[in-house]
Design a protein around this ligand. Structure first.
Ligand SMILES: N[C@@H](CCC(=O)N[C@@H](CS)C(=O)NCC(=O)O)C(=O)O
Length: 243
């Protein structure tokens, strides 16, 4: 199996999943991890585009199967290697809906908030102010939804940690970097701590990042990520991609 990835929220979803599956007692085939240099444009290579036509990480190769989209990959791994991470029966549909909610709502909203907050340095401040307040308000609304769902539950779908937690945690954990304040959402704060305390999550977060930087990036890494992402998120890059 090959995981094509980079140290970023969508990449960590799959690395956490691989570690959690092993923690659950699943024997995985050997996984070759291939790190892409997103700043250098590795995602646009023909080899990677054949795996991920959308030219974004993560990508997974398993025999003849080639997959893009982190949440689809979580579901694929969950189905291929049965474990409580993707339960059977009615609970599966709970998990699938909160997984889809992450892909459809949390990812785009938190991602856009992050891009306007940290990366779009070619946009005048007055042009950023509306999208910033819009994506921040929407992020706060989503956090209220998540906070309610976590009331009386350790994890999003109940007592059991699932791929719905993996997908949502990968984005919510970086709230400081995104400048999305979670501190008023007490169930969310407790859940972030609970998930972070899992040994397999800690291992998954170390794909591409040394342990000492898992919770706090060095100033150099922050500068490097911001420089690269400023190029990737610019309109000029988006317009020229895929041509
Ligand atoms: N919906 C996709 C989003 C993937 C995505 O946005 N990946 C980012 C890194 S977190 C990426 O590859 N960016 C490179 C680029 O935009 O050129 C998923 O969940 O897999």
């Amino acid at each position: 199996m090959e995981l094509w990835t980079a140290p970023s929220p969508n990449g960590w979803k799959v690395s956490i999943m691989l570690e959690e599956l092993q923690e659950a007692g699943v024997t995985l085939p050997e996984v070759e991890v291939k790190f892409l240099d997103l700043q250098g444009g590795d995602q646009f290579s023909d080899e990677f585009t054949a795996i991920s036509p959308n030219q974004k990480i993560p990508g997974l190769v398993d025999g003849d199967i080639r997959m893009m989209e982190s949440c689809a990959i979580l579901q694929y791994l969950g189905e291929k290697y049965p474990s409580p991470l993707l339960p059977d029966g009615d609970m599966r549909w709970q998990v699938i809906q909160w997984l889809t909610w992450q892909a459809a709502a949390v990812g785009p909203t938190f991602g856009n908030k992050l891009s306007y907050t940290r990366y779009m340095d070619d946009v005048p401040a007055e042009q950023k102010s509306h999208p910033l307040s819009r994506f921040n308000s929407e992020a706060q609304r989503l956090l209220r939804v998540l906070n309610k769902q976590l009331e009386g539950r350790d994890y999003i779908c109940g007592d059991q940690f699932t791929i719905a937690d993996i997908a949502n945690y990968a984005w919510v954990r970086s709230w400081k970097w995104q400048k999305i304040d979670i501190t008023g959402h007490h169930n969310v704060v407790a859940w972030v701590e609970r998930v972070r305390a899992r040994p397999a999550v800690e291992r998954g977060l170390q794909y591409g990042v040394p342990l000492e930087e898992v919770d706090q990036w060095s100033e150099e890494r922050k500068r490097q990520v911001a420089r690269g992402a400023a190029i990737m998120t610019s309109n000029a890059s988006i317009e020229s991609a895929g041509k």
